[in-house]
Design a protein around this ligand. Sequence first.
Ligand SMILES: Cc1cc2nc3c(=O)[nH]c(=O)nc-3n(C[C@H](O)[C@H](O)[C@H](O)COP(=O)(O)OP(=O)(O)OC[C@H]3O[C@@H](n4cnc5c(N)ncnc54)[C@H](O)[C@@H]3O)c2cc1C
Length: 399
Amino acid sequence: MRILIAGAGIAGLAAALALARKGHEVQLIEQAAALEEVGAGLQLGPNAMRVLDALGVGGAVAAAGQVPAAITMRDGRSAREILKIPLGDAARRRWGAAYMTAHRADLVAILADALKRAQPGSLRTGVMLTTLDNRPDRVAVTTQTGETLAADLLIGADGIRSVVRRQLFGEDAARFTGHVAWRALIRVDKADPVAPPAGVGAWIGPRRHAVTYRIRPDLVNLVAVTEQADWREEGWNLPGDIDRLRAEFAGWGTISRLLDRVEAPLRWGLHDRKPMRAWHRDRTVLIGDACHPMLPFLAQGAAMGIEDGFALAQLLPPDGADAEPALTRFFALRQPRTARVQAMARSNGVDFHEGNPLANLAMRLPLGRAAAVRPDAVLARWDWLYGGGPLASASGKLA
Ligand SMILES: Cc1cc2nc3c(=O)[nH]c(=O)nc-3n(C[C@H](O)[C@H](O)[C@H](O)COP(=O)(O)OP(=O)(O)OC[C@H]3O[C@@H](n4cnc5c(N)ncnc54)[C@H](O)[C@@H]3O)c2cc1C
């Protein structure tokens, strides 16, 4: 098939690589002049890593990233442990791949390099899709320069503000959730007193929380989430007021010490959208944040985009004759899983910010002290997520 993909984010790159590996003729267009992910970290659950392994890039991602030994949730002020999910070897044994943390820029570069080798010349930057002409038997798009590109299938991987989605299904503004995420990368020396404990740390408290993890041995990724009534600003990576952020986390030991090292955090308002009833029409289909944007409180947005791209590539027929049954099956397989992740991410946002997080979490999560006694019971709760997705079964079949 001749397949055009709009958007070279993580979902678009993963889809392009998976489709190229299946022998399709891929053209990936990206509006930005160059592929550059603003510096930030990414957690990659075993569900995403199994797919990256199958795409032949798992080794490179593992070499670039870190393997946290556990996710530990702590009270932000007292640093008291609330619960611990063991990862490291336990994750690898249970779910067939490691739980990793990595620099987004590293993952993007690894996927783009692999695509370049699999199908040279398939990625074009500085090309923005503006309109599309979508018909039952073919699709054509126009770019900002007036160029027309025709294909058997168009994949809209153009993110939460997807132009493709708007043109397929009409205007539907994303909802501001009241959360603002602030991001910063902090360089730490070996015995740095500022360094947070190893592993992924979730630090919670009333109306705010923070997440810390290393993405390279000497680089800590910090995401701090605060609440705000409305969000009127345009833009994704707005400079944030560090004094305001420090005031929000005053008295939070580890987090406030890290913030003393931060000069210019970036911030953005978190938006989400209800699960959609369809992701495709005629010869165009959506993947990633374009069809299921989610809050980052389960660290699975990019992972779901990676799963989408891989699943779609396994389902599409080899030629352009009739893609409809494959697209219907794609939606039937992927929509319930992504909707579940969206819902869980939303409810985590509520739990993390509750006035009495300890009591709430103890009620909702059967974890707490059980983690120390029976780690398997803790891990079993995550089988559907980290053990699921397109490569769920041991046989490598779609699930
Ligand atoms: C604070 C925070 C932390 C997160 N942490 C994690 C995490 O730990 N793990 C995880 O899995 N997920 C995480 N996520 C979610 C993750 O970042 C997103 O879900 C993921 O990046 C979405 O990928 P995408 O490719 O669908 O969209 P995007 O990354 O938005 O990519 C869309 C691409 O399309 C391009 N584009 C847009 N319009 C056009 C057009 N008209 N023509 C051509 N190109 C176009 C854009 O320039 C962009 O490159 C986090 C999100 C946030 C906000």
